[in-house]
Design a protein around this ligand. Structure first.
Ligand SMILES: [Zn+2]
Length: 334
């Protein structure tokens, strides 16, 4: 059995209930379909790095799903001479078919074992993906360990492409990663202020990989994406696959933000003073009243502070957005 037309996405959506392992012998690598939407490549030459590329953890975020499928097509057709170990993951095939972000619960909150506190059809999927990533990184041989979890945002953004960098705790920020983000056409890096249970944080914290949640523009249906904004990241990833080289441009090209405050919906009447379709990273002047409820009022602390991921359509007690502030590049030396 083979994947018709090397179309991994089409095959996954057509066979989302079948999990039979399938192996393929390619000119420079072997490939194994381990689970639905989980395809592992092992190069025949000594590998130069281990890379996890995931897309579609949210089913309706189609641009990166199609981009990853394009890379897999090149690999399966033998057009790419693979030099790194590679685990490709199409995260949530059921939600892709339904053209929804998720079905029961947000899959990207269930990692680091957080699935134990939830119920829903995403729970077993989170376990499958955790196991696949663990087995993959256990097979790591040499060079860097990387996981880029590719998404698109619900809304537009002042910075079209940005990454959310995991909270480092005791680790230091990698100059090479920031240089790679610049080379991949990433416009901004948001530094997380606390541990989370996202897929990329899981690989960063549990497996010591360099990892990021990568936001590549806005949600659109399959077939309606404009890939011109993704050329640089596609080229950077192809280069990593073919040479093991982490492409570099000066890290000063990316704008860096830190989290100043996490906004919490503290009452039913909680409101943000912004338009429903406001872009991520829209900034405000000091003193602007950004949020108000019968319990609280939030005033912008410094001119230039900006909103990211605003959302009030959620239960009381949950996060209604982040207030972020532009800062200099982090110290890479420590
Ligand atoms: Zn997403």
């Amino acid at each position: 059995m083979a994947i018709p037309n090397n179309d991994f996405l089409g095959f996954t959506l057509a066979h989302k209930d079948v999990a039979a392992p399938m192996s393929f012998d390619l000119p420079t690598a072997t490939a194994c379909l381990e689970e639905v939407g989980v395809l592992r490549f092992e190069p025949k030459q000594p590998p130069k790095a281990s890379l996890v590329l995931s897309a579609g953890i949210h089913g309706n975020e189609t641009a990166p799903i199609e981009m990853v499928n394009g890379l897999v097509k090149e690999l399966l057709s033998g057009a790419i001479d693979l030099q790194v170990r590679l685990l490709v993951i199409l995260g949530h095939p059921e939600a892709m078919v339904a053209q929804k972000r998720f079905l029961d619960v947000n899959l990207n909150r269930l990692f680091c074992g957080a699935w134990q506190k939830y119920s829903g059809m995403e729970v077993p999927r989170a376990q499958v993906l955790e196991r696949a990533v663990q087995a993959f990184f256990e097979g790591h041989q040499q060079g860097g360990k990387f996981h880029y979890d590719l998404h698109t945002a619900i809304r537009g953004s002042q910075y079209e492409r940005f990454v959310v960098h995991p909270f480092p705790a005791e680790r230091s920020y990698s100059a090479e990663q920031f240089g790679f983000y610049a080379a991949a056409g990433i416009d901004a890096v948001l530094l997380s202020h606390q541990p989370t249970t996202t897929f990329s944080y899981h690989s960063y914290a549990r497996h010591g990989a360099e990892a990021a949640t990568v936001e590549l523009g806005k949600v659109r249906p399959f077939g309606e994406n404009d890939f011109s904004g993704l050329m640089k990241i596609q080229t950077a990833l192809q280069c990593l696959l073919q040479t093991g080289e982490v492409k570099q441009e000066t890290p000063e090209k990316v704008k860096v933000f830190e989290v100043v405050d996490a906004l919490v919906k503290d009452a039913e009447d909680y409101e943000l003073a912004i338009d429903a379709d406001v872009n991520n990273f829209t900034s405000f002047a000091a003193g602007f009243e950004l949020a108000r409820s019968s319990n609280s009022c939030y005033l912008i602390k410094a001119t230039g502070d900006a909103i990211v991921f605003p959302n009030t359509n959620l239960p009381v007690g949950q996060r209604a957005g982040l207030v972020v502030r532009p800062i200099a590049l982090p110290d890479f030396s420590s």
